[in-house]
Design a protein around this ligand. Structure first.
Ligand code: DP6
Length: 333
């Protein structure tokens, strides 16, 4: 068994996943659609272990328990499912803040599932690989397929129809950009896993949000197919705000925002209405804001965003590819 390195990129959901209908199998309550961030990268290397134990190294050091324990659970799940016994060393690193609401679990589990697939010659198809990554983290399904992807919620109790599909490749919309406005780099206050379950169990607004899902998925597919930024942006912004509303009304309330998050949201709306620049925000389980826009407007937006109190820095990204091995082309895993 040779050393293998895989590369995956986090993804940002335009139509969000927030809640599971089956917690064991990680089956979502709604389908979701994402775009992949080229600028953010996770690299994962698997080598045979030098002793009889598995080792997990994250960002060049022994991972803290909160990060290592879901990885260990996932490795044990894979070893059990595929009857694997060889002890391994996993080294994984991100070029962006880990566990800060920047979807490091999406790219992390996509890269890890792909690395296990190659290292142990499991020969999984992209669809099977996305289902395997799902057991690590739901959003990882969409980082397996990359570009613009949809995670089908599926209806079967065994989860065999709950996988991601690439709707459009990374080259589909070359002018589209995402600006990530970083307002905080620390590990987030609460894990998505726990927060989404609390939301399902206690928010009176959750059902109404779920009822919008099919219509929003259809409209988002249309917005992507026709490259309609105002349609895509309005939908993404609304879906994100609605998701956060379900958190704000859960008991006790969950709020991932910091003051700068609100300032960025306000500014984006102002630029859109006063300067007629098409720009829209979406926010995940963290305080950082992702802005959807076109390349021609990036310089103007950056100038304004960088001046907002509490914005630490901004990163601009194009759309990224599916998970792949480091030395080979896309989808070679
Ligand atoms: C807000 O995929 O991290 O980013 O499946 O429990 O690991 P688990 O949750 P995770 O949740 C992501 C939530 C989100 C929205 C999204 O990516 O669709």
């Amino acid at each position: 068994m040779n050393t293998i390195t895989t590369v995956a990129h986090p993804n940002i959901a335009l139509i969000k996943y927030w809640g599971k209908r089956d917690e064991q199998l990680h089956l979502p309550t709604r389908s979701s659609i994402s775009l992949t961030l080229e600028a953010f990268v996770t690299e994962t290397t698997i080598t045979p272990s030098s002793d009889e134990y598995d080792h997990i190294i994250v960002n060049n050091s022994q991972a803290p328990d909160r990060i290592a324990s879901p990885i260990t659970t996932f490795i044990n799940y894979c070893k059990n499912k595929y009857a694997l016994s060889t002890p391994i060393t996993i080294q994984t690193s991100n070029n962006f803040p880990t566990a800060a609401g920047l979807a490091s679990s999406a790219s992390g589990f996509a890269a890890l599932a792909a690395a296990l697939n190659v290292f142990f010659s499991l020969r999984l198809s992209p669809q099977e690989l996305s289902m395997l990554a799902r057991q690590g983290s739901g959003s990882a399904t969409r980082s397996v397929t990359g570009g613009f992807s949809m995670w089908h919620k599926g209806v079967l109790p065994d989860g065999s129809d709950s996988y991601a599909e690439q709707l459009f490749p990374q080259t589909h919309w070359p002018e589209l950009r995402v600006i990530i406005a970083i307002t905080q780099q620390d590990i987030k206050i609460q894990s998505s896993r726990h927060a989404m379950q609390q939301t399902i169990e206690t928010s009176p607004d959750y059902g109404a949000w779920i009822a919008t899902s099919e219509d929003r998925i259809a409209s988002m597919r249309n917005a992507l197919a026709t490259k309609d930024l105002p349609l895509l942006g309005e939908l993404a912004e609304q879906d994100s705000l609605d998701m956060h509303q379900t958190m704000h009304t859960s008991k006790p309330p969950i709020n991932f925002f910091v003051p700068a998050t609100y300032r960025v949201m306000r500014t984006i709306k102002e630029i859109r209405t006063k300067q007629a620049i098409p720009c829209y925000f979406t926010i995940d389980a963290g305080p950082n804001v992702k802005i959807l826009c076109l390349d021609e407007h990036v310089p103007t937006l950056l100038k304004t965003l960088n001046d907002i109190e509490g914005v630490l820095y901004c990163i601009t990204s194009t759309i990224g590819p599916a998970v792949h091995t480091k030395d080979k082309e896309i989808h070679s895993v």
